[in-house]
Design a protein around this ligand. Structure first.
Ligand code: F6P
Length: 537
């Protein structure tokens, strides 16, 4: 990506956003994008018509339209793994054929989806049951993309949850599975082992522990285990009957997999009709992404806002701030989606990236974050672009006053970030409180807000399954667009491998085998400390 033209605009990153609103009364409309009932407002940034035009030129220079069409058409755009990238096929409910290597994948996708629907409804209705009766609880064992998506969606869709209780175990820390299983009846619990590869050490360790717990407690793993994986030979070897295995192809990346069998626990929780609505929301965003002009294209403009802030202005992180308690796991989900996808320092052709990779993504729901880390966002020395999101209304008609307060807080934060408070204003406030002289000056300085801090706001009518689908697909395509502009492969994740390999070699050493001498001094000393201080063998 050649940023020369844009770098010429970098000094505009410091100009007053408030002035931009004064110069253009229509700014909020000009610098926003919508699709269906969803609105993305990026007017509280320093982007103006010239900057937007220069950003959009990047899309054309990078051949974004061709890359996008290649992805949807099943081309092998994940070049380091020689794979297609077709999570979009999982929500392509009525969009026609999608070919990989000359074969239409849609019949297989729709067949698996139908099997999921039947299984989910049988679990919900009790036709599929455990040794002790209908399932009261479902435990999903998985990690990363086999966990974060369904966890996030289960929280998000709580108002629609009318199936068995759901629990998620991801961490290999025995505390996680112990705390979950302790509350459950091993004869009425369904365990879903979700792992694309079915080799992930955390997941397989937890799956074996769950199986032993079930057998000890009188449950029957053969009827109470299901698997979600693309490694069908391995699910069979684990002993999960074929009819309980829901497969997906290698062209679905883990962090993009919630739309297919990885979403099975969500479907069991909310039912197949609500899950279909989630898929349709994703599909609607796909249609928009493929059809809208760049300047009106929500994923593209979200991506270009990200490029402007990270690659042009150099802001190292961005905060995702849903004013929606049920989106409490969305920041964690986006962390994997964005940082595993675009945290790369090598371009597709193997050359070193000469511009910054994707930013650190982090966040928490508002209003909680306001009482924790917003201090730094408002008065810290770093500029952190904030991505707010909020619904026009909540799901609790008897609590509309809560929702209005939530909405007011969300809007107040973006306004405060932009408006700030000058030293003169701060002085006046101190003077109004009766302070004078040096004390007035000293106190006033602590109460200055630099302001002019950029933010975007995504608004939607209500957090329904359809809207959740739109939001997730919006961010997926944002990541895709940013990856294309960076010239990287957003669909591999080699950066996670080294740690896995070293953990494998450290396992026996931590167990007491020889080998600390092969490690550096720090690692050897830390192993020695653990061996000295443990009471159990
Ligand atoms: O270690 C990273 C990763 O490979 C993620 O990309 C993936 O979502 C996660 O591990 C889990 O992998 P699997 O579904 O194969 O167990």
């Amino acid at each position: 990506m050649n940023l020369d033209t844009l770098k010429a605009f970098a000094s505009d990153g410091g100009r007053s956003i408030l002035d931009l609103f004064e110069q253009d009364v229509d700014r909020a409309h000009v610098f926003s994008a919508s699709t269906g009932d969803m609105l993305f407002d990026y007017s509280k940034t320093q982007i103006d018509t010239d900057i937007r035009a220069a950003l959009i030129r990047l899309c054309d220079e990078a051949g974004l339209a061709d890359r996008r069409d290649a992805m949807f058409a099943g081309a092998k755009i994940n070049e380091t793994e020689e794979r297609s990238v077709l999570h979009t096929a999982l929500r392509n409910l009525d969009g026609g054929p999608v070919d990989v290597d000359g074969l239409d994948v849609m019949p297989g996708v729709l067949d698996t989806l139908q099997r999921m629907r039947v299984f989910a409804e049988e679990v919900r209705g009790g036709a599929v049951a455990g040794a002790g009766g209908s399932f009261t609880d479902v435990v999903n064992i998985g990690i990363g993309g086999s966990d974060l998506g369904p966890v996030m969606a289960t929280h998000a869709l709580a108002p629609y949850h009318d199936g068995p209780r759901l629990h998620y175990v991801s961490n290999v820390d025995g505390a996680h599975i112990a705390d979950v299983l302790r509350q459950l009846d091993p004869t009425r619990t369904l365990v879903i082992v979700a792992s694309k590869t079915f080799t992930t050490i955390e997941t397989m360790t937890n799956a074996r522990t769950a199986r032993a717990w079930m057998v000890d407690g009188g449950g029957e793993p053969a009827r109470q285990f299901a698997a979600v994986s693309s490694a069908l030979d391995k699910t069979q070897a684990f002993g999960i009957p074929e009819q309980r295995v829901f497969g997906f192809a290698d062209w679905v990346g883990g962090r993009y997999s919630v739309w297919g069998p990885v979403g099975l626990p969500v479907m069991i929780a909310v039912g197949s009709t609500a899950f279909d609505a989630f898929l349709r929301g994703g599909q609607a965003m796909d249609v928009h992404f493929r059809a809208a002009d760049w300047s009106e294209n929500m994923p593209v403009m979200l991506a270009l806002t990200g490029i402007w802030h990270r690659q042009v202005l150099g802001y190292a992180s961005r905060a995702v701030l849903p004013y929606d308690q049920r989106l409490l796991r969305l920041p964690a989900y986006f962390q994997q989606l964005e940082m595993e996808s675009n945290g790369k320092s090598v371009a597709m052709d193997g050359s070193a990236l000469t511009i910054p990779s994707g930013p650190v993504v982090w966040g928490e729901p508002g209003t909680n974050g306001q009482h924790a880390f917003y201090q730094l966002i408002h008065q810290g020395t770093d500029v952190i672009p904030c991505e707010f999101m909020v619904a026009a209304e909540g799901h609790e008609p008897e609590l509309t006053h809560h929702h209005r307060l939530l909405l007011a807080n969300c809007l107040a934060q973006s306004e405060a970030l932009m408006r700030g408070r000058s030293l003169d204003e701060a002085r006046q406030r101190m003077a109004d409180k009766g302070l004078t002289g040096e004390e007035c000056e000293r106190q006033a300085r602590h109460r200055v807000f630099a302001g002019n801090r950029p933010s975007t706001t995504l608004m939607y009518p209500k957090l329904t399954p359809f809207v959740l689908g739109q939001v997730i697909a919006l961010y997926e395509h944002r990541v895709f667009v940013e990856g294309v502009l960076l010239g990287i492969n957003s669909f591999d994740q080699w950066g996670v491998e080294l740690g896995k390999e070293l953990a494998t070699s450290l396992g026996p050493i931590v167990d007491g085998a020889e080998g600390t001498e092969t490690k550096d001094g720090s690692t050897a000393a830390l192993v020695a400390y653990a061996m000295l201080h443990r009471e159990t063998e």
